[in-house]
Write a protein that binds this ligand. Sequence first.
Ligand code: RB5
Length: 139
Amino acid sequence: MIILACDHAGFPLKEQIKAFFNSENITTIDVGTYSTEPVDYPDYAKAGCERVLENDTNVGIFICGTGIGMSIVANRNPQIRAALCYNAKMASFARRHNDANVLVLPGRYMKKRTAIKTIKVFLTTDFEKGRHALRLKKF
Ligand code: RB5
């Protein structure tokens, strides 16, 4: 399952991403926020992490203004590997080398087109394991 979380700054891009998934008949769980009314991103990062960790196959897409706050909060959880990605190349490495289970996007600095490209790569790229798995064990 794909878990969406955002704050007010990430809300407009989150809505565009949700519309994309709907158009592809892909179900998502949206833990909020649900408007541009100012909120605190840690509340939504925590809510998103809880849902991601309900199942090993879940992935999160978290969005705040820069992506930085969501990343910092999400990565405090030892089971979460959240990667702030500004393009598809970063998303590819986040999956191949880091086995990231949360993609974080910068809502104020990313257009829908780049976001969708980045998400598609994130969702279709496998972890390479091997030496990268050994590194993950050292976390
Ligand atoms: C909200 O103004 C902004 O601080 C937040 O969306 C995010 O960028 C924090 O890292």
